[in-house]
Design a protein around this ligand. Structure first.
Ligand code: ATR
Length: 277
């Protein structure tokens, strides 16, 4: 029997998840159906109840429901607890298992697809919102030499740095800084996890932060050369990436979790790539 999965969000038309999961199902020979559910605002739980009652096995969750999914879950994985948000659900009888694969997907894209190990590297992440929260533990697991969270609102960066320290006291030095404290510091990998790119804004990042040979990674997907990537390019950075690989890899993590088989992501990434121009 065909197992049913879906992505729920509002709006949902833009979601690439059905395309990605159906492509994974094809290459792995899995018999699944994957659809889009437009969740009514304020009606997340009822929409998921309906999907489960019809035999649904799992869901991806996108904006604005990641916190509703957190509240709906019966069993939260550490990744979801740390991120404070959920992006994948698995239904088994009366249990609702919840994960957040965004951070692990990001790290897999950087290390595995882009061939950029984080171990021993100086890592800078811009922003202290949900995207950064989700990436903290997966970053620390790679043992960079240093992890700096920089944010417009300094207190939020400091809070996240403290939270990260609590999870691994003293192992990887983690700092929360303001942008004006970055002068004179250089990093091997710089991630833009702010929402600034969605409005074509540029965080006040000094162009001097990019070390020779650095990777500049924009978590947003499909926006071409964002102001952040342009800044990096103008600073001489040649390794530029956006979040297309992260999108594919977080989907692959959910697919493995649901189906027990890991799909190759390269074809999906190639098809979804928007040139960085
Ligand atoms: P998400 O869940 O996508 O991470 P969020 O939780 O709303 O979104 O967080 C957005 C992040 O982008 C915040 O760190 C925000 O900085 P503040 O905490 O100071 O608000 C950051 N951000 C948004 N627009 C920005 C801009 N123009 N320049 C710098 N940082 C920006």
């Amino acid at each position: 029997m065909t197992d049913r999965y879906a992505v729920i969000g509002n709006p949902i038309e833009q979601s690439k998840s059905p395309f990605i999961h159906m492509a994974f199902a094809q290459v792995t020979g899995q018999d699944i159906d994957y659809s889009k559910v437009l969740g009514p605002l304020g009606g997340f739980a009822a929409a998921v109840d309906t999907f489960r009652a019809a035999g649904g096995k799992g869901m991806n969750v996108t904006a604005p429901f990641k916190l509703d999914a957190f509240a709906y879950a019966t069993d939260l994985a550490p990744s979801a607890k740390m991120a404070g948000a959920v992006n994948a659900l698995k239904f088994e009888a009366d249990r609702v298992y919840a994960e957040n694969f965004d951070g692990v997907g990001l790290v897999r894209d950087v290390v595995h697809n882009l061939g950029c190990p984080l171990r021993g590297q100086r890592v800078l992440i811009l922003g202290a919102g949900g995207a950064t929260r989700g990436a903290l533990l997966p970053f620390l697991a790679e043992q960079p030499s240093q992890l700096v969270v920089v944010n417009r609102t300094l207190s939020k960066a400091q809070e996240l740095a403290q939270l990260a320290e609590q999870h691994q006291p003293g192992r990887v030095p983690v700092q929360g800084l303001g942008y004006d404290q970055l002068q004179g510091q250089q990093f091997d990998v710089v991630f833009n996890a702010t929402s600034a790119s969605l409005t074509a804004e540029l965080p006040p990042l000094p162009a001097s932060v990019f070390a020779p040979g650095a990777l500049a990674y924009e978590l947003a997907y499909g926006k071409g050369l964002t102001p952040f990537l342009k800044l990096a390019q103008q600073a001489g950075v040649t390794r530029l990436a956006d979040g297309v690989g992260m999108l594919a890899e977080q989907a692959a993590e959910a697919f493995v979790w649901w189906r027990g088989v890991r799909p190759d992501t390269s074809a999906v990434i190639a098809q979804l790539t928007v040139p960085l121009i």
